[in-house]
Design a protein around this ligand. Structure first.
Ligand SMILES: NC(=O)c1ccc[n+]([C@@H]2O[C@H](COP(=O)([O-])OP(=O)(O)OC[C@H]3O[C@@H](n4cnc5c(N)ncnc54)[C@H](O)[C@@H]3O)[C@@H](O)[C@H]2O)c1
Length: 248
């Protein structure tokens, strides 16, 4: 399926994990991708796997200058920008009384500020191309899961920001939607090893009885939200979580 032919998309955290899978799936569907990531080894490997369609930019997504650089690279290398996926988000899981200023800043800077900076940097190009933005929320934030205060606060702020942008930018032809994934990644694998009983509990209560696969279960939902198939959708949260949470 080449339904993203002629699309040019920035994917933050696009070298590994869910973002890495998104980079791969978007290129398979015909898009070119600028993958922004701190992980240089994985990023270079991604770019080398398909240098025609993937450009890697090493950078910290919480910096405004990196957002601007990513947009510049998309336009200089691929001629335009049609999509933005704000996927990367770093945070510490702790009881809220133990959260330090630095923990709070890490989640807000990479999650909320990074998302805002990339949206603002991408806006002029997305306005030209009538493009689409996909931001990332989380079931952990919707549920208010313990130990997730800084993460949940940033994730729900991202959903609020996305709904405002959906309204403000609909007239410009820019759509903004949110995906809340549940997927087995390197991070989840580490968590499973540290807390096997907690992992079994989450996997066990999932209606589909499993964690999602980043490439088969999450990336195609992102691709859909970037494609013309979702052209009448904006401001929506899509749960790609095996039915864990049903939004009403
Ligand atoms: N995995 C899940 O089940 C799950 C559940 C709910 C929400 N999410 C959300 O989905 C998104 C992706 O999750 P994941 O599990 O693939 O995450 P991950 O931590 O495995 O991967 C994130 C990628 O982002 C990069 N990254 C981290 N901080 C960065 C920074 N400051 N600048 C540039 N790159 C940076 C990492 O190097 C990595 O390649 C995140 O927004 C996460 O909160 C994931």
């Amino acid at each position: 399926m080449k339904n993203l032919k002629d699309h040019v998309v920035i994917v933050t955290g696009g070298a590994a994990g869910i973002g890495g899978a998104i980079t791969t799936v978007l290129t398979k569907r015909g898009a070119s991708v600028v993958a922004v990531d701190l992980n240089e080894e994985a990023g270079k490997e991604k770019e080398a796997s398909n240098p025609e369609q993937i450009a890697f930019l090493k950078g910290d997504i919480s910096k405004e200058s990196v957002a601007k650089e990513a947009v510049k690279l998309a336009v200089s290398k691929f001629g335009k920008l049609t999509g933005l996926v704000n996927n990367a988000h770093a945070s510490k899981q702790k009881p809220l009384m133990e959260l330090t200023e630095a923990d709070w800043a890490l989640s807000m800077n990479t999650g909320l500020n990074g998302t805002l900076n990339f949206m603002k940097a991408a806006y002029p190009e997305l306005k030209k191309s009538k493009g689409a933005i996909v931001n990332f929320g989380s079931g952990a934030a919707l549920l208010g899961q313990k130990n997730q205060a800084s993460y949940a606060a940033a994730k729900e702020a991202i959903r609020g920001l996305s709904r405002v942008a959906a309204n403000e930018w609909a007239g410009d032809g820019i759509r903004v939607n949110i995906v809340c994934p549940l997927a087995f990644t390197e991070g989840v694998a580490q968590w499973k090893e540290a807390h096997p009983e907690q992992y079994e509990e989450v996997a066990g209560k999932n209606p589909m009885n499993r964690f999602g696969d980043p490439q088969k279960d999450i990336a195609p939902v992102v691709a859909f939200l970037l494609s013309a198939d979702s052209q009448y959708m904006t401001g929506q949260t899509l749960m790609a979580d095996g039915g864990d949470i049903k939004l009403t």
